[in-house]
Design a protein around this ligand. Structure first.
Ligand code: FAD
Length: 374
């Protein structure tokens, strides 16, 4: 049986490891603190339409394709019980807090529809019919029927359970190499562990020899809210808002809780920002006033693994080593596709050339390369 080591047990490492196990590989996953990085705090929006922005032509097809693969991943993992991994095909509503925000929202909607994504402009009245919890400030919105959500913590817990004792709580500090080919990893205690293939899924954790990868931490503050006892759920679907040009979102969980996020900051500070949390709460209460009646269960911050073109870094580094990182703000959404491509690389299966070029770890080394261009 062929063997693989997966370094890193975030959503990408876990889905990749699971994919390889399904394909008959003998897999060991090393991580001193599984699911402690970005995957631990992510809201879990599966939002190919609402995350589309200008100038990222190679990213949105990946988001659309990965969203399409989600139900199949959930089925393979938890046949017939999608709610147990927190998968909710509950749609998304994006609302504008004033007329300038409405104009900005309309421009984004034109982009979404021009790319063939489903985005329906609706009035404030229709928005309130869909979500009675919206406040009086809301001037209209866009209904995105294909943007759903999953609870990343629930999904990762199921993956950890499925992988069982294949997940080893140890840090990797280096690679075993012979003749320029990776043959395994070195653990923090100095012990070597060998395998036919090594897959690096460490998010922002840069291992020796990989320091030159152009990854940067993009921090996000995020809150978990719970309703006060006896109150009905505030929202039935994800509500995203544009509030004086700033983005905010509220993701309702099946248990009545809400995830409120998220700031975007590149100040290298791992602690939640007081100003950021204040701004999130202030913007959220403008679109959903009832948010002030909830209780704060958790405030957290983690860094998204950003790349210069916002597209992940996935590719083969040598005949024994593959890398899969840089999923920035879309790692939960991109996990089904990212893990499939990574497993295909491990098995040296044929992969579309254009796709490989878009994800190529060396694409930033090339002179005059255009972001996202092959
Ligand atoms: C606030 C916030 C909200 C987000 N919301 C969404 C969302 O709604 N939808 C979405 O699609 N994405 C979202 N994201 C992005 C998403 O969380 C990330 O893209 C994704 O979690 C990256 O997964 P990963 O497995 O690559 O990295 P991580 O989850 O960071 O996991 C990396 C793992 O590698 C381990 N590791 C590091 N170094 C070593 C080492 N030397 N040895 C062994 N193990 C090591 C770490 O312990 C960690 O467990 C959000 C991110 C943030 C911060």
């Amino acid at each position: 049986m062929a063997s693989a080591i997966v370094v890193g047990a975030g959503i990408i490492g876990l889905t990749t490891a699971w994919r390889l196990v399904e394909r008959g590989w003998d897999v060991a996953v090393f991580d001193p603190a599984p699911v402690s990085g970005a995957s631990h705090v992510a809201a879990g929006m599966l939002a190919p339409a609402s995350e589309v922005v200008w100038g990222q032509p190679s990213l949105y097809p990946l988001m659309v394709e990965s969203a399409r693969r989600y139900p199949e991943l959930i089925d393979r993992l938890y046949a017939g019980r999608p709610q147990e991994v927190g998968y909710l095909p509950s749609e998304t509503l994006v609302v504008a807090a004033d007329h300038a925000d409405r104009t900005a929202l309309d421009e984004r909607t034109s982009l979404q529809t021009s790319l063939g994504l489903k985005a329906h402009r609706i009035t404030s009245l229709d928005a309130r019919r869909l979500e009675p919890g919206l406040g009086p400030a809301v001037v209209g919105g866009v209904h995105l029927p294909d943007d759903h959500q999953i609870d990343p913590r629930a999904l990762c817990a199921v993956l950890l359970d499925r992988l069982g004792d294949r997940v080893v709580r140890q840090e990797v500090t280096g690679f075993v190499e012979r003749g320029g080919v990776t043959r395994g990893v070195v653990l923090a205690g100095g012990e070597a562990h060998h395998a036919d293939q090594t897959v690096v899924c460490t998010g922002l954790g840069l291992l020796p020899g990989l320091e030159a990868l152009p990854l940067r931490p993009v921090f996000g503050d995020i809150l978990r809210l719970v309703p006060t006892t006896g109150t009905p759920p505030l929202l039935g679907r994800t509500v995203r808002g544009l509030v004086r040009g700033r983005s905010v979102y509220l993701v309702p969980r099946a248990d009545g809780g809400l995830v409120l996020g998220a700031t975007v900051r590149e100040d290298d500070d791992p602690l939640p920002s007081t100003e950021g949390v204040h701004r999130l709460l202030d913007d959220a209460r403008r679109i959903v006033p009832g948010v002030l009646d909830t209780r704060i269960l958790e405030v957290s911050a983690r860094a998204r693994p950003g790349t210069p073109d916002d597209v992940p870094i996935v590719g083969r580094l040598d005949p024994g080593r593959v890398i899969s990182t840089g999923y920035f703000r879309h790692g939960i959404l991109l996990a089904p596709l990212g893990s499939d491509i990574t497993a295909d690389l491990v098995e040296s299966r044929e992969i579309d050339d254009e796709l490989l070029a878009a994800l190529d770890p060396h694409r930033f080394d090339r002179p005059h390369s255009t972001p996202g261009a092959p």
